[in-house]
Design a protein around this ligand. Sequence first.
Ligand SMILES: [Zn+2]
Length: 306
Amino acid sequence: MEYHIGVDIGGTKILIGLVDDNGNVTAAKRFEMNRTSQEAAVKTILESIDDFMSSIDILPNFIGVGIVGHIDYQKGIWISSMNIPIHSLVRLATMLEKKYGVRSRIDNDVHCATIAELFFGAGRRSRNFIYINIGTGISAGVVCDGNLIRGADNYAGEFGHMSVGMTGGACICGRTGCVESLASGKGIVEQASREPSLSGRGPGELTSRDILELARQGDPAATETVGIAVKALGSGIANLVNLLNPEEILLGGSVVKNEPDFVHSIWNYVELNALPISVTSLQYFGLSNLDVNTIGVLGASSLCKL
Ligand SMILES: [Zn+2]
């Protein structure tokens, strides 16, 4: 049995796991991420991997890393992240190979989750699927004919910045009406904080989970906010379905986790609005069956299989 290390780096946390060939995460440990500077971030990542390596008695033969941001997958370079100040190229794969004497690869975090689906989830059943992460931000991994679509610069899949033609929802990318600005965790909270009856409970006091719960209880302002999020996601996903004709759509991330009603509402919108032939091709629409907590680690460790 071969063992690989998967490292999932988010804005605030690092999760490191030991994964066997069958995709079982046999050990995992969580660390705090320091994103105050590039130097602090890299130091924290390397120290966390050191700590984890010293806690296991198995010698892994690969280290894969998933990071939020723009990654040069071929060269193993971390180029930039929205929420971590990267000012010069970080040759992370080379650093890890030199330090630990094992092969290493890095990729964007949502590409990693999609790769986990490719080898251990949807990819076992279908050659055309889309994994969509709905968390603080929104991003997707598209698999066509069994291959992850990377695009010219490994930046394909920025589904969160598909504008769905709605007014409002000023996005960090400069456009308005992006799916992310209306339906991500951050977007839902920002939309809700504009609602008069929910104001006074702004960002920091209200989470997307609270707003979904308030909507379930019949709060009119929360219901309106969730309705906008459903329409934005439903509209964006219907566009993807029409464009790519996938067999499966898998949803993951903190906003949809344990929210079957929200997922069902999105499906209703897609089913009514996407082209009938494309809807008929869809064999599955719903939550990813992989563990939401470790899908990033599993995918990062599976970069060696590509
Ligand atoms: Zn945008």
